[in-house]
Design a protein around this ligand. Structure first.
Ligand code: HEC
Length: 428
């Protein structure tokens, strides 16, 4: 909810969805906009496994349980285990084993298992994955410098491109073949009298929206319980705003109530409010908490990148004369103690449809494609096969096959699928 630009547009979209189910550790805005919430345990309350290492990603870590889950929360694995059971798929979901078995299986499918056995890894807390020499050759620091001709980049020319023909040939109005300044849809150059430019940088006191639920942290920066907005003294004076006042920042997309921090540390015409606040709407549809994304637009950076333009936003500002009560964005809901829990109607689950869909999905796939979607999606979303040439795939797969723990026969199947569907497959 905090992450998405033009939050009111997101809310309009959510209102069209019949049922929203959310799995979360905290009582976030996403849970408040959901119909059903499964309270999940944190990573400190369950055993798990993860990979890491800056850039190299060549380490596996044991994430060990520190305390039991609090309240009725469950590890997400157990939440889905329970759901699978309701759907009559418990055995398929669990292989009739517990989570530790799957953690061990995941470890043993990685290259690290060749170095040290699972029990030793779990005891020690981490293991290294060997990077095959063939793959190391392909890293940015490897043979590229020794043999640039033989180690092309993933561009058409195989080189760093100042002018990109591929992009130029797309003939997009807002994305020429090389970087250049293009007039923004919203900036001070097109602002009307009284409009201000709003920027929403990363906060220093939390990670995006994470940790905003910590009252101890909020006490360090909030102004009257709202996100602080930095305003130049001239802009504040022109609107009768004083340091510590509540202000309304608004445009046609939404209205945000924030706490004024009047300062000479920001240029006139620009206000700054950190991204990542949690939302709470008051009866007038104003955000009573200070989430900057009620103001930002979904205008993409260009027709090619479609990235967000969160810092390209015009607003107007006035003193807030009628705030409605405190910011409730971080308050948990009231719990109804003596509620009767309904039985699940098995008939209504539509299991036949589920089985038919699964069968239809797999029916069209070659064994290599099936293996690709099953084994190459453990760490990341499936990569678009057609986005790489055969040559590029040959460079990428040595390290990925190792990571996915594929046997020789399985490698052959996946390789066959990649070669048949690579960008230049038809040319070969
Ligand atoms: C154990 C985790 C893991 C598994 C399993 C895995 N990958 Fe990756 N993959 C990564 C990581 C980490 C990166 C990014 C770092 C890198 O490039 O090495 C990555 C990057 C990629 C990239 C981008 C490479 C580039 O240079 O643009 C492709 C393509 C890819 N993987 C394909 C695959 C395929 C195909 C499989 C199945 C055979 C697979 N991956 C299985 C972890 C994994």
């Amino acid at each position: 909810m905090s992450h998405q630009q033009d939050t009111n547009r997101l809310i309009r979209a959510l209102n069209k969805v019949e049922t929203i189910i959310c799995v979360d550790v905290w009582w976030t805005a996403a849970t408040r906009w959901s119909d059903i919430v499964f309270p999940a345990a944190t990573t400190l309350e369950q055993n798990d496994i993860t990979s890491g290492g800056t850039y190299s990603n060549d380490r596996v870590y044991a994430m060990k349980k520190v305390i039991e889950p609090i309240g009725e929360s469950l590890p997400d694995y157990e939440i889905f285990e329970g759901l699978a059971d309701k759907l009559g798929l418990w055995a398929q979901f669990t292989d009739s084993e517990d989570k530790m078995y799957h953690i061990k299986l995941a470890y043993e499918a990685s290259g690290a298992a060749k170095e040290i056995p699972f029990e030793e890894f779990w005891e020690k807390g981490y293991a290294r994955m060997p990077v095959p020499a063939e793959a190391r050759k392909w890293t940015r620091h490897g043979a590229f410098y020794e043999d640039p001709e033989g180690s092309p980049l993933h561009t058409t020319s195989g080189k760093i491109e100042m002018f990109c023909d591929t992009i130029a040939n797309m003939e997009l109005d807002d994305c020429p073949g090389m970087p250049q300044w293009i007039e923004k849809h919203e900036y001070l150059g097109v602002a009307k009298e009284g409009q201000l430019h709003v920027v929403s940088p990363h906060p220093w006191f939390r990670l995006h929206s994470q940790m905003a639920n910590s009252e101890r942290l909020r006490d360090l920066y909030m102004v009257q319980g709202r996100e602080p907005v930095r305003i130049n003294a001239e802009d504040a004076a022109a609107r009768g705003i004083e340091d510590g006042d509540l202000v309304e920042l608004y445009n046609k997309r939404g209205t945000v109530i924030a706490g004024a921090v009047v300062s000479d540390g920001i240029m006139p015409g620009v206000v700054s409010i950190y991204e990542g606040g949690w939302p709470q709407l008051d009866s007038k549809g104003r955000d009573n908490s200070g989430l900057a994304n009620f103001l930002t637009s979904t205008q993409p950076t260009s027709g090619l990148a479609e990235a967000s333009t969160a810092n390209t936003t015009l607003i107007e500002m006035r003193k807030c004369e009628d705030p409605e009560g405190p910011n409730m964005a971080y308050h948990p809901p009231a719990i109804i103690e003596d509620m009767e829990i309904a039985e699940i109607d098995d008939e209504a689950l539509g299991l036949e449809r589920l089985e038919a869909l699964t069968a239809a999905l797999y029916a069209d796939m070659t064994p290599g494609e099936q293996m690709f979607f099953e084994r190459c999606t453990v760490c990341h979303a499936p990569r678009e096969v057609t986005h790489y040439t055969q040559q590029q795939w040959k460079g990428i797969v040595p390290s990925m096959f190792e990571r996915a723990g594929l046997e020789d026969s399985e490698r052959e199947l996946v390789m066959d699928y990649l070669m048949t569907n690579a960008a230049d497959a038809a040319a070969h």
